[in-house]
Design a protein around this ligand. Structure first.
Ligand code: CA
Length: 423
């Protein structure tokens, strides 16, 4: 049987070369269709969703019970482990192949199992157990450091020795398309003596990738590089919405709290680690060498093109405000997971790890408005006289990402969010 990542594979389902969802991808999501049935598990293929529950009902999988795909989250499937993930993906690939007649020639099953994507509603794909956000781009950390502490103290002394992170909120992780209400909080601009409570005035986004952890680890036990990698089910694009003015006042000494707790948006399709395998590469050189527990023996970064589009409320069309790549991240997702468990912290099925804002070395590669507008001093020009230092009510922000193969794209789709006014 050909490997599901084989670039030569073609599906009987038509897939445009620009589509994010060729047969080489097969990302998992949770959808509901017009049939009125409860949300269930599907896989994206071109402009269609393959209904895995329908296929399982028809006894097309040996290893997975239909109930697993009838769930409204991927957690039960993820809990089955990497061998089942890999074998299921290979089976789905076989069922969709142009040269495999099983589904292609079964009119009844094909009609039930392939749903046009325009007819489905996509849901939050995982039940988020815990959400941790890192700070792993050297360019982003340096930009922010220069703005707030000056060039000579840009990176804190610990930054080059470990992936810095904080525990975020799982309760407010939402799927693409969910409106984001402008948060309220304590504000105290530097020139004012006492804080006040009100709507955030410096609302920002952060372009990140999210790691979906598909296997647990035991409390008290550390992870090796290999163990951590095997626990990663897949990746999504993640927007870590940030209230800069709330953050500035509250973050001393324990880090972000309300400034980040109000919303985090993720893309609906989880692209598996296996589908990203052909796009692996080495990250930036790490100097000084990390401590032994964080050392890597293989390339753990990925070549993922990322783009951010902003449509101000008064504009008809979105404008690209950032184009960067996941490959620039200093600390890899594997290192983040190893570090996360290193104290003895147990990891759970459904944990979500934000990579940290992804900025590159160039100006057009900055992954937040804080950096793009350089803390409001250089507003982004969106054309037609529209400028933005931070997000206004009615603004819509979209992030997308993909790996470019030879003649095909393994993509993530997009994560979108529109800003609603504060109450
Ligand atoms: Ca962040």
């Amino acid at each position: 049987m050909p490997h599901p990542n084989d670039p030569k594979l073609r599906s009987f389902v038509p897939v445009d070369p620009a589509s994010h969802f060729p047969i080489q991808n097969l990302p998992y999501g949770v959808f509901s269709a017009r049939d009125g049935l409860a949300p269930r598990v599907g896989v994206a293929i071109g402009d269609h969703v393959l209904d895995l529950w329908e296929l399982a009902q028809d006894c097309r999988f040996d290893l997975v019970e239909p109930a697993v795909f009838a769930a409204s989250s991927l957690n039960p499937f993820m809990a089955l482990g990497p061998q089942v993930w890999s074998k299921t993906r290979a089976r789905i690939s076989e069922l969709l192949r142009a040269d495999h007649p099983e589904l292609r020639d079964n009119d009844d099953l094909r009609k039930r199992a392939l749903v046009p994507m325009k007819d489905v509603k996509l849901h939050l794909p995982i039940t988020v157990s815990g959400y941790t956000d890192f700070y792993a781009s050297k360019e982003h950390a340096t930009n922010v450091g220069v703005m707030f502490r000056g060039k000579d103290n840009a990176l804190q002394p610990n930054w080059l020795h470990m992936p810095i992170g904080y525990n975020g909120r799982a309760s407010t992780v939402v799927v693409s398309g969910t409106r984001v209400r402008r948060p309220r909080g304590q504000l105290k601009p530097p020139n004012v003596e006492l804080p006040s409570f009100g709507p955030c005035k410096r609302l920002d986004f952060e372009l990140e990738m999210g790691v979906v952890v598909g296997q647990p680890s035991k409390m008290g036990e550390m992870l090796t590089e290999q163990q951590a990698e095997a626990m990663i089910f897949g990746f999504v694009i993640l927007n870590d919405w940030s209230a800069r003015d709330i953050q500035q006042w509250e973050y001393v000494p324990l880090g972000p709290f309300q400034a980040k707790a109000f919303a985090t948006s993720i893309s609906p399709w989880v692209v598996t680690r296996e589908a990203l395998e052909p796009f692996r590469l080495n990250g930036p050189e790490q100097a000084p060498a990390p401590l032994p527990y964080l050392r890597q023996t293989k390339p753990n970064n990925y070549d993922i093109e990322l783009e951010v589009d902003l449509r101000a409320g008064e504009m008809n069309e979105a404008k690209i405000i950032c184009q960067t790549n996941f490959k620039y991240m200093y600390w890899s997702s594997v290192q983040q997971l190893v570090h996360h468990a290193s104290s003895g912290c147990a990891m759970n099925v459904g944990d979500l790890l934000g990579s940290g804002t992804i900025s590159g070395p160039e100006k057009h590669q900055r992954g937040s408005l804080l950096e793009i507008s350089w803390n409001g001093t250089e507003p982004a020009d969106l054309g037609g006289g529209v400028k933005r230092s931070f997000l206004e009510d009615g603004d819509s922000l979209q992030m997308s990402g993909w790996c470019q193969g030879d003649g095909y794209r393994v993509g993530f789709g997009a994560v979108e969010g529109t800003i609603a006014p504060a109450e």
